[in-house]
Write a protein that binds this ligand. Structure first.
Ligand SMILES: C[S@@+](CC[C@H](N)C(=O)[O-])C[C@H]1O[C@@H](n2cnc3c(N)ncnc32)[C@H](O)[C@@H]1O
Length: 527
């Protein structure tokens, strides 16, 4: 599919009323196996970068020139830089070719208007709204494209009910004024457009899931949500691919997930209700809070007296309000567990706002200590697992590679199989890749990570695993898959050069032992 998407271009899916969800959904035209491509949108209708990414990301191919941990973004060419458009100075491009493409696609109509806005900070949804309004006004977007956008649910009554409609109208007014479109479109239409972008857009991500901005497209905005999805999205620049997580039958509805489905039931429900205005009745939610995400390591009544007292002192605080999001049960002990959970999720939210890695690590440690000392949290229960993910990122920023490695090994052994059972689950694949890159780095430093551990071979085994899984998670054509394969081939050559003729047999002989050592490293941190 090239150029602007119109719904008629997608031949592997069709739109129909959803029996399980509000409005319409997308359904499979054919039987599909797991790990297969369902459909691909090569150029979504509009993509808008976060303000922080406008300065270091190409506004055409979305290559992010900064960020990401060392070596984990091999798919970005070394030395890639972006340069601002000489006209508007707002959008940047990594090459003349990218600038030309963006110009042809619509920047030609937008550049002058954006140049008048100077360096005014514009939120990404307002920016997307402005771009759509200018393109509509100048005829770049035809009726044929405009109508499917306006068919999407705007949830105006829901916004009125939750008290945010006035804010939405204000943002829409801003977009209307900044795009000089008040003569063409009345405010209520622009407000409807803004509301539609807000509830139907997706996060623009790199192939390794770094968030860059938003994507709005009438086809992509049709996928409904399930906490037990049968599909997922991966991106590669502006290209969005929808792939199967499970086999899908002809005429079956395709579901992606809008949220982190590893969270407990009450949290998922609250998030979906407040951002998308529905009560999820997916196959998982239908069963209630009895799934693996809701497990505690011990029963509430078996918590130690010390922690029961600690929970009572939290409950006694004037500002304490666990809300339905932390509901655990009605007994006194379950209320105590809810209080502790409230605190740990609060710590998690707070550490995420901190930009200094050392400060973040302190807060993460505090949160993890709660999870460990209460004895309540299994390794995979949130936000314990998410705190560990953030610990790894921050430890890497601080250069604490060996501790980061120990956390990676634990996550790999105990958390991945539980939270992401499919070996090709995209989150599992990307995290394993980052772990492989860390192993490679540790191999280069000759660090003694564990007696007899051969970090180069461990890295090679992990890369092999990612190479196989990424064909299903990202697809053979994705830049990530290609760079993983290239890295694997490069290492194969290096091993053969080093070990000579019997290299392949020697590596195969040694791998089971290194696999055992890797598993043991998952136990070295205690909890
Ligand atoms: C991105 S849109 C999906 C397309 C939408 N069904 C439509 O007809 O335009 C998101 C909206 O779809 C509905 N929706 C998505 N998943 C749902 C689900 N699991 N149950 C009920 N409604 C759902 C909600 O109204 C939500 O705000």
């Amino acid at each position: 599919m090239a150029g602007v998407t119109t719904l008629s271009l997608a031949t592997s899916v069709y739109i129909a009323e959803s029996s399980a969800c509000i409005g319409t959904g997308l359904f499979a035209v054919d039987d599909l196996d797991s790990g297969q491509l369902i459909c691909r949108v090569s150029q979504p209708l509009v993509t808008s970068l976060d303000a922080a990414r406008l300065v270091d990301t190409c506004s055409n191919c979305y290559v992010w020139t900064e960020g990401g941990s060392t070596g984990s973004r091999l798919y970005v060419k070394e030395g890639t830089k972006v340069q601002a458009c000489a006209g508007c100075k707002r959008f940047r491009y990594c090459s003349k070719a990218c600038q030309k493409q963006a110009w042809k696609r619509g920047h030609k109509q937008e550049c002058k208007i954006f140049s008048q806005l100077g360096d005014k900070k514009i939120p990404n949804i307002v920016l997307a709204c402005i771009v759509l309004l200018i393109r509509m006004k100048s005829g770049v977007i035809t009726e044929q494209v405009w109508l499917p956008i306006m068919e999407l649910n705007a949830h105006i009554d829901d916004f009125k009910q939750n008290g945010t409609y006035d804010d939405i109208e204000k943002m829409a007014l801003g977009a209307q004024q900044l795009s000089f479109s008040s003569h063409q479109l009345e405010l209520h239409i622009v407000t409807g457009l803004y509301a539609r972008i807000l509830t139907n857009c997706l996060t623009l991500i790199t192939p390794t899931f770094d968030p860059l901005g938003i994507v709005m497209d009438p086809l992509l905005g049709r996928f409904n949500h399930s906490c037990d999805p049968n599909a997922f999205m991966v991106m590669d620049g502006p290209e969005v691919s929808i792939r199967t997580l499970k086999p899908i039958k002809t005429e079956e509805e395709i579901y992606i997930s809008y949220i982190d489905t590893t969270n407990p039931y009450a949290r998922r429900q609250k998030e979906l209700k407040s951002s998308w205005f529905f009560t999820c009745k997916c196959s998982k939610c239908e069963k209630g809070p009895i799934q693996s995400e809701d497990n505690w390591a011990i029963r509430a009544q078996d918590m130690s007296d010390e922690w029961k007292q600690q929970a009572d002192s939290i409950i006694a605080r004037e500002e304490y309000n666990p809300g339905p999001i932390n509901y655990v049960g009605n007994s006194k002990d379950e209320e105590r567990v809810a209080a502790l959970q409230t605190v740990v999720f609060w710590m998690y939210d707070e550490e995420q706002k901190v930009s200094d890695p050392a400060e973040a690590i302190d807060m993460i440690k505090h949160g993890m200590i709660y999870c460990i000392k209460t004895g309540l949290w299994p390794l995979y229960r949130q936000p314990y697992a998410a705190l560990r993910d953030d610990a790894i990122v921050n430890l890497l920023s601080l250069g604490s590679y060996e501790i980061a490695w120990a956390h990676c090994a634990k996550r790999y052994r105990y958390i991945h199989p539980r939270l992401y059972p499919q070996a090709f689950h995209p989150v599992r694949v990307v995290q394993t890749w980052q772990m492989a890159m860390l192993a490679l780095y540790l191999a280069s430093t000759q660090a003694m990570v564990a007696p007899q551990a051969d970090m180069a071979l461990i890295a090679y085994m992990l890369i092999m695993e990612v190479r196989d899984a990424s064909k299903s998670s990202h697809g053979e054509e994705n830049a990530f898959t290609k760079s993983v394969s290239a890295k694997f081939d490069e290492m194969t050559v290096e091993f053969r050069d080093k070990l000579g003729a019997g290299a392949d047999a020697a590596l195969s002989d040694e791998m089971p032992r290194q696999r055992r050592l890797l598993a043991e490293m998952g136990d070295r941190l205690g909890e």
